[in-house]
Design a protein around this ligand. Structure first.
Ligand code: ASP
Ligand code: MG
Length: 374
């Protein structure tokens, strides 16, 4: 069996959880002969947010001593997590050296940003990638410490080549063969541990696949290597009927179709990266969303089959911070003509439309868009 296992931020939130994750990988590997596993990791819980917040503040305030302070905190945090996650002393030492190296690289970049007072999308991607690039060595070290050889890679290392749309980069054509060619020789005795979320342009500049992009990394790899299944490990039971933080009696959904999962994520549920279904849909590779703290539970299965239900809805979700733009007037004339002109203008500015409606009078058109794009 060939499985891609992705550990989300909450599944690698601290040293104990990383140890649990590593043991799970080891047990799964030993459970069956010919078990082939590729691991994808997110950044440690909340690290990506913290990095973006600090990068913005550093660019704004221009205080170089803040760079040292922040990078120092980040280094300590990862060192502490590594010390709990990794028992093997030589492995721990190697991982701490890697953390030191990567944080030094980060400090240089942040110092540049601080002095210039300028934070481009390109530098945001580069800085943002450090969340995963600091987590992967720790998870790989923990797996090694658990007794299986593991090697870590960035997305670029294993062939995730993208365009230069920083912040939400698009895959280049033909990368599937490249990813396959780079991953397949590693399978078997070794466990590749890949940084989720990250890609690279042809010129070698680091890009990211959009927030929550580690899911997408997992399915890109899964499709490329013809995985039998993709397992997304979280610290919840699976995909829930609503956000359990808001709705106390939210229930686990045992089965959901690709289309439904995709709709849910487009409509704001933090269940999956919205594009994560695309790579695996044609090959019909099932995804399981599983609970790290209860690994024997089935979790949620996401698959091809559409299941009909007598219930009005399977799940409820919401998108926050949206705005309605109303375009109205007696001069509007034909709605199809004005709509096509409005959509071309919005497309030219990369404004995503979440929802559209127009009155039957053909005098108003309303668009719901992300408030940030107003
Ligand atoms: N670390 C990235 C984020 O916070 C990607 C991910 O977790 O999937 O968005
Ligand atoms: Mg996620």
């Amino acid at each position: 069996m060939r499985v891609v296992m992705k550990f989300g931020g909450t599944a690698v939130a601290n040293g104990e959880k990383i140890k649990t994750a590593a043991n799970l990988v080891m047990r799964s590997k030993e459970a069956a002969e010919n078990m082939e596993i590729v691991v994808v990791t997110s950044a440690i819980y909340a690290v990506t947010d913290t990095i973006y917040e600090h990068a913005n503040r550093i660019a704004e305030e221009g205080k170089v001593e803040k760079v040292k302070e922040f990078v120092g905190e980040l280094r300590n945090k990862h060192n502490m997590v590594a010390s709990v996650a990794i028992d093997d002393t030589p492995v721990l030492k190697k991982v701490k050296d890697e953390i030191k190296e990567r944080t030094a690289e980060m400090e240089k970049a942040l110092t540049g940003i601080c002095l210039l007072g300028e934070l481009t999308l390109r530098s945001l991607d580069y800085i943002g990638s450090f969340g995963e690039r600091l987590a992967a060595p720790i998870l790989a070290g923990a797996i090694q410490s658990a007794g299986i050889d593991a090697v870590h890679f960035t997305g670029g290392d294993i062939g995730i080549i993208t365009n230069a749309e920083y912040g939400s980069a698009q895959l280049m054509g033909g990368i599937e063969q490249e990813v396959r060619a780079r991953i397949m020789p590693l399978l078997g005795d070794k466990i590749p541990v890949v940084c989720g979320f990250t890609g690279e342009t042809k010129e070698g500049k680091i890009t990211t696949l959009g927030r929550g992009g580690s899911d997408y990394t997992a399915t890109i790899i899964g499709a490329a290597i013809d995985a039998d299944e993709i397992w997304l490990w979280k610290d919840t039971e699976g995909i829930m009927s609503a956000d359990p933080k808001r709705i106390k009696n939210a229930r686990k959904i045992p089965y959901i179709s690709y289309i439904e999962a995709m709709e849910l994520s487009y409509f704001g549920a933090a269940v999956l990266h919205p594009r994560a279904i695309e790579p695996i849909m044609k090959k019909k590779i099932p995804i399981r969303v599983k609970n790290l703290l209860n690994p024997d539970d089935e979790g949620t299965l996401i698959g091809e089959e559409q299941e009909t239900t007598k219930k009005a809805a399977k799940a409820i979700t919401l998108i926050e911070n949206t705005s309605i733009v109303n375009i109205a007037g007696t001069g509007i004339g034909s709605i199809s003509d004005i709509a096509s002109r409005i959509f071309s203008v919005l497309a030219a500015k990369n404004v995503d439309i979440i929802m559209i409606s127009h009155g039957s009078s053909e005098r108003t058109l309303s668009l719901v868009i992300d408030s940030a794009q107003v």
